[in-house]
Write a protein that binds this ligand. Structure first.
Ligand SMILES: NC(=O)c1ccc[n+]([C@@H]2O[C@H](COP(=O)([O-])OP(=O)(O)OC[C@H]3O[C@@H](n4cnc5c(N)ncnc54)[C@H](OP(=O)(O)O)[C@@H]3O)[C@@H](O)[C@H]2O)c1
Length: 253
């Protein structure tokens, strides 16, 4: 596993320090048995580690707490929600279609899920999280996150993983969300942005933990596989249109 670029074949020597110094995030994948090797790019790779380390280290979940995940039907979000269930939390997902929400509640065990394009999120959270929100794993930023933060409990923890709702925004007037500081102060929130790279030294630990959960049936996954290098751009743009459920991958012919 490594950032080699788009290639049909690569010869790599992970144990050779001089070689590995030139390739970022180079490591040997564990034996996945009958599971697809593509999991090394998803639940048993950096995506899985983003979910595992970001959620456990920064949200510090406790059994019985209420966790909200945005971008919940995506690669990271769907994984975080399932880890939260393993930790004994009540889990609420926010995603962009009714089909995605059904997948979250019926197949992945989320307690509630809302289609942010169709419902009043504030009212939905009041109903689904009447005792408030203890942990928020934020993949999207913007107005969705302002609403979730306004529903947090005292000493709530927020892991800010992504901000996909505004990565491409060029209009400065739209690069604003409802003011958050009153909630942050009054609820004494801890908000931590992070990049998975900070856990690079613990890569294998995360991969092995996630692999174990997949093998035990505790983490389910979906892959959105697009065939052909020539379709890579469409696959990438699809992330911003909500075209994927689970991890988006491009498979070379
Ligand atoms: N911090 C790190 O180290 C790290 C590592 C990996 C990924 N990330 C970030 O984590 C987030 C999730 O990554 P991922 O790989 O799991 O992607 P993903 O969730 O699989 O795909 C992106 C999803 O974002 C949702 N989305 C797109 N535009 C949106 C908008 N305007 N408002 C709300 N939701 C929107 C779409 O789902 P809907 O249909 O639900 O809208 C889309 O399917 C991204 O922001 C990514 O940049 C961070």
């Amino acid at each position: 596993m490594g950032h080699f670029g788009w290639r049909t074949y690569t010869v790599a020597k992970p144990e050779d320090e001089q070689f590995s110094a030139k390739i970022p995030f180079l490591y040997r994948l564990p034996d996945f048995g009958n599971l697809p090797i593509s999991l090394g790019l998803g639940v048993c790779g950096r995506v899985g580690n983003t979910a595992y380390f970001g959620f456990t280290e920064f949200c510090k979940p406790q059994p019985g707490e209420t966790v909200v995940v945005s971008g919940a039907a995506g690669a990271v979000g769907s994984h975080v929600g399932q880890i939260a269930k393993i930790y004994g939390c009540k889990v609420i997902g926010i995603a962009g279609s009714n089909e995605k929400c059904e997948w979250l509640t019926k197949e992945l065990g989320f307690d509630h899920a809302a289609n942010y394009k169709a419902v009043d999120l504030a009212a939905f959270l009041e109903e689904s999280a009447p005792a408030g929100v203890d942990c928020y794993f934020d993949n999207v930023g913007g107005e969705i996150s302002s609403i979730v933060l306004s529903k947090m409990n005292q000493f709530g923890r927020v892991a800010v993983c992504g901000s996909i709702s505004n990565y491409n925004e060029t209009n400065p007037d739209k690069m604003k969300a409802t003011v958050l500081q009153p909630f942050i102060v009054a609820k004494q929130l801890t908000i931590q942005g992070f990049l998975v790279n900070r856990f690079a030294a613990r890569t294998v630990e995360g991969v092995q933990q996630n692999l174990k959960w997949v093998q035990e049936g505790k983490i389910k996954y979906r892959e959105n596989i697009v065939e052909g290098f020539e379709n890579a751009v469409d696959a990438f743009i699809g992330l911003f249109r909500g075209a994927n459920t689970g991890k988006s991958l491009v498979k070379l012919h």
